[in-house]
Design a protein. Structure first.
Length: 461
């Protein structure tokens, strides 16, 4: 079922609630069928989805496939493979004083969940949480971002053909649709986006005492201490300029240890030329800025330092050349907000202590990256830096490992998903204790607590 702005959120949610209450979504076979449906969607409709991503973000077909479709498909396959184990009840030992008895814990579906997505990875960040929601046996309302209208429309059209449309609903539209949706009661809300809207969502969830997962952003630092600078530069450029820098875990800025700055800058420039050619404007692998508002915001940030390379821009096609900025002051605008675009400031630091202090004195980022071949430096970084995730000598890639939880901490969010963590996020882990009535050993605990009972209870406890 696909609804658009103006069509009642209350009606949509009530319909899903009826599906959930009827028990439709509980059987594992139903859940498997939904996951298989998603996998088929990516196999059969790859072109529709990647064309939409190209229309919204200028993503090449391969980038759309690698950074969006294949990640969700891998999540669905992983969930399919592990679903039985995740959903099976686990026995738990019972304290001696309660015997004879048995206890188990088992994941239960939560009910009807709301998933609100952003525009930058509009397929992955809407459908990857859906994998968890469906694997855990829930119904879901999806609210894609209005800033990626082609992708939003194609998901709204196709999803009902591949998933049970009495259990999954797409509501297209902007903040007004979100606001209407947030006035409804859910059993969980999963939000990916910026901190400003995150606060609005958390507030609405608190009103209804609804659990909320917030996947937010922030300024993810990359610290360069030592190593093969050619490889370091390539990895930084790959992580940063994918999707024209509009990636939540992209390295936002680089802190390079003093003495390596000149060499690193040279390698970064070479890696840019290697990846996108002398004129990135012509590269089929380089994306565009999502809209004029973000384009204007980014162009204004160019004034925060000296352009080492890049800086060319064309508003008509929302093109901003991959840009390296030097001579950036820590209090300049580009260092105050999440850049979320193709501008990479490079700042020199005296060493690890200054880098760690710099990072920890700012809001906690979604990821922090260290480039070093020294294991003591890595351990030090891991122990001292507060961030949603750590990457050693690799940017962005941790999110492709289904065994790793993906989420922020503090300002970068609350809760985590991917793999098992997605299933857990959309489940209630319920405890069950069972006793028979044949032998009433509990009599010992019943009042009146006379002398002998008290003596025995104290010994038992
Ligand atoms: P956003 O917060 O502007 O919008 C996200 C969603 O919220 C959209 O669907 C939008 O329609 C909705 N929304 C907008 N205003 C609203 C309101 N007043 N009330 C309710 N809903 C409203 O974020 P964005 O610009 O789409 O995405 C960029 C941000 O998302 C960046 O900060 C980025 O770091 C973050 N992000 C985080 C992750 C992650 O996995 N942690 C991934 C991608 C993006």
């Amino acid at each position: 079922m696909t609804l658009s702005s103006g069509v009642g959120a209350a009606t949509a949610v009530a319909r899903l609630r009826r599906t959930f209450d009827a028990g439709t979504t509980r059987p594992l076979d139903w859940r498997r069928a939904q996951l298989k449906g998603l996998i088929r969607l990516f196999a059969e409709r790859e072109v529709d989805l990647t064309d939409a991503l190209h229309a919204d973000l200028g993503k090449s077909r391969l980038e759309g496939l690698v950074s969006e479709l294949s990640l969700v498909r891998a999540e669905a396959e992983y969930a399919l493979q592990h679903l039985t184990a995740w959903a099976t009840a686990e026995r738990v030992p019972v304290p001696a004083g309660l015997l004879p008895a048995a206890a188990h814990r088992q994941a239960q579906p939560l009910g009807v969940v709301l998933i609100i997505g952003p525009w930058n990875y509009p397929v992955q960040l809407l459908l990857s949480p859906l994998v968890g929601a469906l694997a855990a046996g829930n119904c879901a309302v999806l609210k894609p971002s209005e800033l990626a209208p082609a992708t939003s429309a194609v998901i709204a059209d196709l999803l009902p053909l591949y998933c049970d449309d009495t259990a999954v609903t797409v509501m297209e539209g902007g903040p007004e649709v979100s606001t209407e949706l947030l006035s409804q009661q859910y059993d969980s809300i999963f939000f990916t986006g910026g901190a400003r809207v995150g606060r609005i969502v958390a507030h609405a969830a608190a009103e209804q005492l609804t659990p909320v997962t917030l996947e937010l952003g922030g300024k993810s630092p990359a610290v360069v201490m030592d190593g093969n600078l050619r490889a370091v530069a390539r990895r930084l450029i790959f992580g940063k300029f994918l999707n024209a820098g509009q990636t939540c875990v992209a390295p936002d800025y680089v802190l390079v240890t003093a003495g390596l700055e000149t060499q690193l800058l040279q390698h970064l420039k070479e890696a840019l030329a290697e990846f996108y050619g002398r004129d990135p404007h012509r590269s089929a692998d380089y994306g565009r800025i999502i809209n004029e508002q973000h384009f204007d915001r980014l162009v204004a940030l160019l004034g925060s330092g000296t352009v080492y390379t890049g800086g060319a821009h064309d508003r008509a096609i929302r093109y901003l050349e991959p840009t390296l900025l030097t001579a950036v002051r820590p209090d300049s605008p580009v260092m105050q907000e999440e850049i979320f675009g193709p501008i990479l400031p490079i700042l020199a630091v005296s060493g690890m202590d200054e880098a760690v202090n710099f990072i920890n004195s700012r809001p906690s980022p979604l990821a922090a990256y260290l480039f070093s071949n020294e294991s003591t430096a890595r351990q030090d970084f891991e122990a001292r830096v507060r961030a949603g995730a750590i990457g050693h000598n690799a940017c962005n890639l941790h999110l492709t490992v289904p065994g790793l939880p993906f989420g922020g901490v503090g300002d970068s969010g609350t809760g985590a998903y991917h793999g098992r963590y997605s299933f857990d996020t959309f489940s209630q882990l319920r405890g069950v204790l069972s006793k028979g009535t044949g032998i009433d050993t509990l009599r010992l605990a019943y009042p009146p607590h006379t002398g002998l009972k008290r003596w025995l209870l104290r010994r038992l406890l």
